[in-house]
Design a protein around this ligand. Structure first.
Ligand code: R5P
Length: 290
């Protein structure tokens, strides 16, 4: 079933898996409430409910909750496919009194009848542990590495992890690409959100750079990494991310600080969504069916 946020993604996934799309009509009331009408018998079906929860995350989650509850009440098994899992960065409390919102999302998904969740490049492994039902995160990093290698002619690229959380993903990207990787250190002020980025001296003069991250939202992380790379004399700078959330003027802002190219996947529909994340998803889902 295509949830309202992901009609193209769901159609591609269904095509790759050679399974039909569920007949459902979705409309919005004038005040933006969601209304569904299901046009076929649901009892006994195993439904892949595809709904990415990019901004507005709260609306996209509500659409997912309504559909899942109905499917499960009617006797279908619900496997939620959430290509971009919103709230994934709220998997722990950083300051006293903060809510671990991802834990509540996990609880709500369970209570509306979701039996299983599959996502793409979940922000952290810690977040997966908050779910009481089976959850699995497939990786779009191989697809991104292949695309960047085959489509951009980069000179001796250095692959950059802009923060601690992106190191594993970055090292996987570098190894698939056949390039060296380095790790920058990011400190974010927990109140203002302001970023400070540091690195040991790096040899990037005459070389291109690829910054790898799971998500770009405001672009603050990529901008800070780019400023350091420019200071050390990097050539072309490419940003490869899985989830191109790209709020507001982020693309312009990154172009201004000197990012030459941004490559993302279609977990979030955007101008830079060049890599198809339905490929690793379909490969994983097929293994479950076997
Ligand atoms: C942080 O840990 C994430 O991996 C991203 O680096 C971060 O959330 C990106 O956000 P922004 O684009 O606003 O810096």
């Amino acid at each position: 079933m295509a949830g309202p946020s992901s009609p193209e993604f769901a159609a591609k996934l269904a095509k790759r898996m050679n399974i039909p799309l569920l007949a459902v009509t979705t409309t919005k009331f004038p005040d933006f409430e969601t209304k569904y009408r299901f046009d076929e018998k649901l009892s006994g079906l195993e439904v892949f409910l595809v709904q990415s929860t990019y901004p507005p995350a709260d609306t996209h989650y509500m659409e997912l909750f309504l559909a899942s509850h109905h499917l499960s009440q009617e006797g279908a098994r619900v496997h939620a496919i959430i290509p971009y899992l919103g709230y994934a960065r709220q998997g722990k409390a950083y300051l006293p009194g903060e809510i671990v919102s991802l834990g509540i999302i996990a609880h709500l998904l369970r209570s509306v009848g979701v039996n299983r969740v599959t996502t793409v490049d979940m922000h952290s492994a810690e977040g997966l542990a908050l779910f009481s039902m089976p959850i699995y995160s497939v990786s779009a990093i191989p697809g991104l590495a292949k695309y960047v290698k085959e489509s951009l002619r980069l000179t001796k690229p250095l692959v950059i992890a802009p923060d601690h959380g992106s190191q594993k993903r970055t090292d996987a990207f570098a190894s698939l690409y056949g390039a060296e990787s380095v790790h920058f250190t990011k400190k974010r002020d927990k109140i203002t959100g302001r970023i400070k980025m540091e690195t040991n001296k790096i040899q990037v003069k005459g070389r291109d750079a690829i910054i790898v991250d799971d998500v770009i939202t405001t672009g603050g992380t990529i901008a800070a990494a780019t400023e350091l790379l420019r200071k050390y004399g990097a050539g072309r700078i490419v940003s490869a991310c899985v989830h191109a959330v790209l709020l507001g003027e982020t693309l312009d802002k990154l172009a201004k600080v000197g990012v030459d190219e941004i490559i993302g996947t279609n977990t979030v529909p955007s101008k830079v969504s060049k890599v198809d994340a339905t490929e690793p998803l379909a490969a994983y889902l097929k293994t479950l069916a076997e």
